[in-house]
Ligand binder design. Sequence first.
Ligand code: THU
Length: 135
Amino acid sequence: MVDDQLMHALVQAARAARERAYAPYSKFAVGAALLDDHGRLHAGCNIENAAFPQSQCAEASAIAHLVLTGGRRILAAAVVGVAVDPVTPCGGCRQRLREFATDDVPIWIADLQIVRAHYTLGQLLPASFGPEHLA
Ligand code: THU
């Protein structure tokens, strides 16, 4: 169980990461932050590319840092974006998160001022395919 204080720290880390987004094409900056199984926070931003399909989502950037520093589990996540509707992870990123997270993992969705929505991974990606299927 991840307490609300830690969840808010994740939101803050995602907001800071969003400031570093490289999104000259969409102009849509996103930040993400993850809590790993060592209690560490990992943040990432979206990184776009002139060859559009080569762009990388914020969640993927954060996962790269988590893995690079030895993390193997995601215990909680926050995603920050600014839009009319809450900026939830795209379908591909839901699956990316699933690789390292279980259904009960909380995912908070925030903008620059408030937390807009609370989900679990299982709500965002029900009946998912994961590493257990290959075990
Ligand atoms: N984006 C993310 O970084 N994460 C998501 O889950 C949704 C979309 C980025 C990708 C692209 O750089 C921009 O937002 C517009 O789609």
